[in-house]
Write a protein of this length. Structure first.
Length: 202
């Protein structure tokens, strides 16, 4: 029969083993977390490409909570989504906050430079949006003023037409009265007939 070999480990080697074991276990756990984070990033990215921006933002928030080591990338992606032109809930302020937090919390991040560029671009876009909004308000105000003046002109035209009709009616009344007056004068013979006939012919 074979004899079993028993390995004797000295106290020094035993201490080293005790120190290395947790590190190895921790490394495995870190590797596992990295794999899970990668999967969640893929899910968030798929939602983004499907146009489900709110759901994608929720996934990135989940990544920040569960895998803080990858928070810089998650913040960068969230900043992009908040500023995306097709996002109906677009919010430049929240986008800026994401990029600013990334720069503050992770100054050595590979996303820092791009975040700084995004902050610069978003501020320019927000300023232009404000300028356009102010100009649109001015245009609307002018349109209301023009509409008001047009309405005023139409009202004046109607008043003028009404006055013209009144004048025409008065002229007809005067003409009718003159005819009655001349007819009455001819019948009564109280006015020189020749003068009346001349006036009637005019």
């Amino acid at each position: 029969m074979r004899k079993l070999r028993i390995f004797h480990i000295g106290p020094f080697k035993f201490c080293i083993c005790l120190m290395v074991a947790p590190m190895l276990l921790s490394g495995c756990s870190h590797f596992n977390d990295g794999r899970k984070a990668k999967t969640t990033f893929a899910e968030a990215n798929d939602l983004y490409h499907q146009g489900s921006y709110a759901a994608s933002l929720d996934k990135y928030s989940e990544i920040i909570d569960k895998y803080p080591a990858t928070a810089d990338r998650a913040l960068f992606e969230m900043g992009i989504i908040y500023a995306h032109p097709k996002n109906e809930q677009k919010d430049y302020q929240k986008s800026l906050e994401c990029f600013q937090k990334l720069i503050k919390d992770s100054p050595e991040s590979v996303y820092r430079q791009n975040s700084e560029m995004m902050i610069f671009n978003i501020r320019n876009v927000a300023l232009k949006d404000q300028t356009i909004a102010a100009q649109q308000m001015q245009i609307e105000t002018l349109q209301h003023e023009v509409q008001g003046k047009e309405n005023g002109i139409v009202t004046l035209q109607k008043k003028m037409e009404a006055h013209e009709k009144e004048i025409e009616a008065h002229e007809k009344e005067i003409e009718a009265l003159e005819k009655k007056f001349f007819a009455s004068a001819i019948q009564k013979g109280s006015v020189d007939r020749i003068l009346i006939e001349k006036n009637a012919r005019r």
